[in-house]
Design a protein around this ligand. Structure first.
Ligand code: AMP
Ligand code: GLY
Length: 426
C-alpha cells in the first residue's frame, strides 16, 4: 500500500515513523516533510494548501491512502477535495472539522446535546461582548471564534484584561478569526488531552496523555502549541475515560452524523477535570502535537489498519494494543518562540543523543543545510523516550538532550514533573 502523509511537524514525523514500520506499506511519502522525516519517508516539496497539486501527485503516484496531519489542512477541506478526486484519506471533512475550526459551532453542539463544558455566550459585536463581561466579572475567558494557531484564547484574570482582549480581537489581531468572539466561564482543574479514533459512528479511545502548554518551567510564560507531553496520564482513570466517551465523544458523533457531517478521523478533546467532573475545553480535529509523539511510541499495534478503519467505517471490530512502558517527549524550541525567533542556527550532537537507550528524536522545524541539521521553526525537535516508568523515560530524554549542542534553542526542564511526583507517591 502506498501512503502519503500531509504535514511537516513533529506530529507528522511520529506518524511517518510509526506508519513506516507497518508491513502493509510499500511506499511512504510526506508532503512537505522535514529533515528528520526524510529518514522515514520520501519528502515531497509541494505546498499542501495547493489541493490540485496534491491530487496530481496522488494520481501520478497511485497513492492508496492519504493521512492528514495539521488542522489547517482539515479546515481547508483537503479531505473533501481528495474524496471528490477518488482518493481515500484519514481525517474529517471540512464540515466535520468545524468541531475545531469554529468554537461557536462546538459550543452550540454542546449546549444542544448536554455535553459538559463551560457556560458561554457568542458575540459579533464588541460593545455587546463587553457588556456581558462587565455583567459576569473576572476571571473570564475570551476566545476568537476561528483558528488562531492556538493563540486566540485569553484567560483574563481581571476585567481590564478581558475588555482589552475584546478590543484586540475585534481590532483584527487574528484577521477574520476575531470577527466573532466566544466568552466563557473560567474553569479550574487539571487539564488532560483525550484522543479517540472515529469512523463516523464508532469510536476507539487511545492511550491517555497530558501536555504542557506554557513556554517556561513551572507552567509560566506564554501559551504555546505544547512544550512536552507524556503518556500514560494516571489522572485519567478508566472511569474518567468512560465518562468522556459517554458524555462527550459518543453524543458528539451522534450529533455530527444526524446533521449529515459524520466525523471520521481522530477527535481530540481538551478536558478540564473540574470538581463537577470532566468538562470539554475544546475539540481539535487532528492529533495533538506533541501528544501524538508519545502515543505513537506506546502503540504496539500496527497503526495503518486503525487509520484505514476510520476512513472505511470499520472501527467497530478493531482494537489496539499498547506497550505498558511510559513515554515522554520534550520540545526543543528556538529562543524567542512562541514570539519571533531566528532561523538557520546549526544543531549538533543528534547522533550521540539518539544512542541513549529508549530514545527517539522526532523533528519539527528542521532543514538539512550544507550537510547539517539546521533550525527553521519555532518548535524544532521532540526528544522522546520510552521507559518502564515516566521517571525512567524522563531521565532518558533529558540524558539525550544533554548531548545536543544547540545554543540558540531552549526547552523546559520540568516536563512530566507532576507525573513523576505522582509515581513517587508525593
Ligand atoms: P483552547 O485553545 O480553547 O484549548 O484554550 C487554550 C488554553 O486556555 C486551554 O488549554 C486552557 O488552559 C485555557 N482555557 C480555555 N478555556 C478555558 C476556560 N473556559 N477556563 C479556564 N481555562 C481555559
Ligand atoms: N498539544 C496541543 C495541540 O496540539 O493543540
Amino acid at each position: 500500500m502506498k501512503i502519503l502523509v500531509l504535514g511537516s511537524g513533529g506530529r507528522e514525523h511520529a506518524l511517518c515513523w510509526k506508519i513506516s514500520a507497518s508491513p502493509l506499506v510499500t511506499k511512504l511519502w510526506c508532503m512537505p516533510g522535514n529533515a528528520g522525516i526524510a529518514s522515514d519517508a520520501e519528502c515531497v516539496p509541494i505546498d499542501i494548501s495547493d489541493h490540485p497539486a496534491v491530487i496530481a501527485f496522488c494520481k501520478a503516484n497511485q497513492v492508496d491512502f492519504v493521512v492528514v496531519g495539521p488542522d489547517a489542512a482539515v479546515a481547508a477541506g483537503v479531505v473533501d477535495d481528495l474524496d471528490a478526486a477518488g482518493f481515500k484519506a484519514f481525517g474529517p471533512t471540512k464540515s466535520a472539522g468545524r468541531l475545531e475550526s469554529s468554537k461557536s459551532f462546538t459550543k452550540q453542539l454542546c449546549r444542544d446535546h448536554n455535553i459538559p463544558t463551560a457556560a458561554y455566550a457568542h458575540f459579533a459585536d464588541a460593545e455587546a461582548a463587553k457588556a456581558y463581561i462587565r455583567e459576569k466579572g473576572a476571571p473570564i475567558v475570551v476566545k476568537a471564534d476561528g483558528l488562531a494557531a492556538g493563540k486566540g484564547v485569553v484567560v483574563a484574570m481581571t476585567l481590564d484584561e478581558a475588555l482589552s482582549a475584546v478590543d484586540m480581537m475585534f481590532g483584527g489581531a487574528f484577521g477574520d478569526s476575531g470577527a466573532e468572539v466566544v466568552i466563557e466561564e473560567f474553569m479550574t482543574g487539571e487539564e488532560a488531552s483525550f484522543f479517540a479514533l472515529c469512523d463516523g459512528e464508532h469510536a476507539l479511545p487511545l492511550a491517555t496523555a497530558q501536555d504542557h502548554k506554557r513556554a517556561y518551567d513551572g507552567d509560566t510564560g506564554p501559551n504555546t502549541g505544547g512544550m512536552g507531553a507524556y503518556s500514560p496520564a494516571s489522572i485519567m482513570t478508566d472511569a474518567l475515560c468512560r465518562r468522556v466517551m459517554d458524555e462527550m465523544i459518543y453524543p458528539t458523533l451522534r450529533a455530527m452524523k444526524a446533521m449529515g457531517a459524520p466525523y471520521k478521523g481522530v477527535l481530540y478533546a481538551g478536558i478540564m477535570l473540574t470538581e463537577q467532573g470532566p468538562k470539554l475545553v475544546e475539540y481539535n480535529a487532528r492529533f495533538g502535537d506533541p501528544e501524538c509523539q508519545v502515543l505513537m511510541l506506546r502503540m504496539m499495534s500496527d497503526v495503518v489498519p486503525a487509520l484505514l478503519a476510520c476512513a472505511d467505517g470499520q472501527l467497530k471490530n478493531l482494537s489496539l494494543r499498547w506497550y505498558d512502558d511510559a513515554a515522554i517527549t520534550v520540545i526543543m524550541a528556538t529562543n524567542g518562540y512562541p514570539g519571533d525567533y531566528g532561523k538557520g542556527s546549526r544543531i549538533d550532537g543528534l547522533e550521540e543523543a539518539k544512542k541513549v537507550e529508549g530514545v527517539e528524536i522526532f523533528h519539527a522545524g528542521t532543514k538539512l543545510q550544507d550537510g547539517h541539521i539546521t533550525a527553521y521553526g519555532g518548535r524544532v525537535l521532540n526528544v522522546s523516550a520510552l521507559g518502564k516508568t515516566v521517571s525512567e523515560a524522563r531521565d532518558r530524554a533529558y540524558a539525550a538532550i544533554d548531548k545536543i549542542n544547540w545554543p540558540e534553542g531552549f526547552y523546559r526542564r520540568d516536563i512530566a514533573g507532576r507525573e513523576v511526583r505522582r509515581e513517587r507517591g508525593e
